[in-house]
Design a protein around this ligand. Structure first.
Ligand code: DAH
Length: 341
């Protein structure tokens, strides 16, 4: 029996110290020390021993049990250290590796220009307004002194949404002027960017959808000189201090007097070239003093208040700013084009 115990000790301690993981170790513990384990099997034979032999054998058996338990403990600790080491190795983070680079894109060139213009006007105390793209003909035309029968209201130029011509896709951002005058307390200083729609064929300078920025000031004692001063300041901030401008008389139904503002051609410096179609100047906006009929239609006392307004095409500004030759490039969203800005 002594030999059996010694053999058990040798074989089991070896096996325990070589167990590869916690599970294997546990099954070895059951195999050797469990209720039906090898040690128990040997102890069951104690009955066969004489009374003198028993104490020594009992002592040896206890010793073997203690050694096995100790071996199991030792191996358990070693295994857990090993696991930790493996995990640390697997989860190692090299903080010197270059980070992952995500392309997040950037602003569209037209929005670069729009944001600059907004910033300039905000700096001068203007607020930014919006209006609906689906608009009443009343706001798009009638309240802007453009009565029924006016050529601008033709079905051939305008996307009407109802048979009776009362609802349409706005052809200009000017109706936002009326919406502002009807709802805002005076004085008003506003700019309003947005999409507008016209039945134009697509070519290098036309698109059935494009963007405008409307601007308007209503206050006491506002004059044409304020209009010129403000617009000159904005254009110089946008295109540079040495930009040369001029104002030409024009006609719009909702302003009196009306004008258009030109900037001297950046390509030829005013001599005349293909970019400015030989003119030496490029038109950038329409403007004027808000027509008394429009003011009165919005309930504004023209004895006390006057105002000026302008509307400019955003694509055209962006094209000049970034020397883009074809309007279609702005809408096609070809990344090879967009990446250049
Ligand atoms: N709405 C005009 C257009 O689309 C531009 C314009 C001209 C707007 C004069 C104005 C203005 O506010 O005063 O051609």
């Amino acid at each position: 029996m002594k030999k059996m115990l010694q053999e058990l000790r040798e074989v089991s301690v070896n096996a325990i110290l070589q167990a590869q993981d916690a599970e294997a170790l546990e099954s070895l513990r059951v195999k050797y020390l469990g209720k039906k384990g090898e040690l128990t099997k040997i102890l069951k034979q104690m009955g066969k021993l004489s009374a003198e032999e028993r104490p020594a054998m009992g002592q040896l058996a206890n010793q073997v049990r203690a050694e096995l338990e100790e071996a199991i403990d030792t191996r358990r600790k070693a295994l857990s250290d090993l696991m930790m080491e493996r995990r640390l190795k697997a989860e190692t983070l090299d903080v010197t590796m270059p980070g992952e680079h995500n392309e997040i894109g950037h602003k569209h060139p037209m929005y670069v220009v729009l944001d600059e213009i907004k910033e300039i006007f905000i700096g001068m105390g203007f607020e930014i307004l919006e209006g609906p793209e689906i608009e009443k003909a009343d706001y798009n035309f009638t309240k802007l002194n453009t009565d029924e029968g006016h050529p601008a209201r033709e079905w051939s130029d305008t996307f009407y949404l109802t048979e009776d011509s009362s609802i349409l896709l706005r052809t200009q951002t000017s109706p936002i002027q009326v919406r502002a005058m009807e709802t805002k307390p005076l004085p008003i200083r506003m700019v309003a960017p947005g999409r507008v729609y016209r039945k134009d064929e697509v070519d290098a300078t036309h698109s059935p959808m494009f963007h405008q920025i409307e601007g308007m000031v209503i206050d006491k004692g506002v004059t044409m000189a304020d209009l010129k001063g403000t617009l000159n300041t904005v254009v110089k901030k946008l295109y540079g201090e040495d930009t040369v401008t001029r104002f030409r008389p024009h006609h719009f139904p909702f302003t009196e007097p009306s004008c258009e503002m030109d900037v001297q051609c950046h390509k030829c410096g005013g001599k005349g070239c293909p970019t400015c179609k030989g003119e030496g100047w490029i038109e950038i906006l329409g403007a004027g003093m808000v027509h008394p009929k429009v003011l009165e239609g919005c309930g504004i006392d023209t004895n006390v208040y006057s105002g000026w307004a302008f509307g400019m095409g955003l694509e055209r500004l962006a094209m000049r700013r970034f020397k883009i030759s074809d309007l279609r490039l702005i809408f096609e969203n070809d990344v090879r084009f967009l990446q250049q800005f």
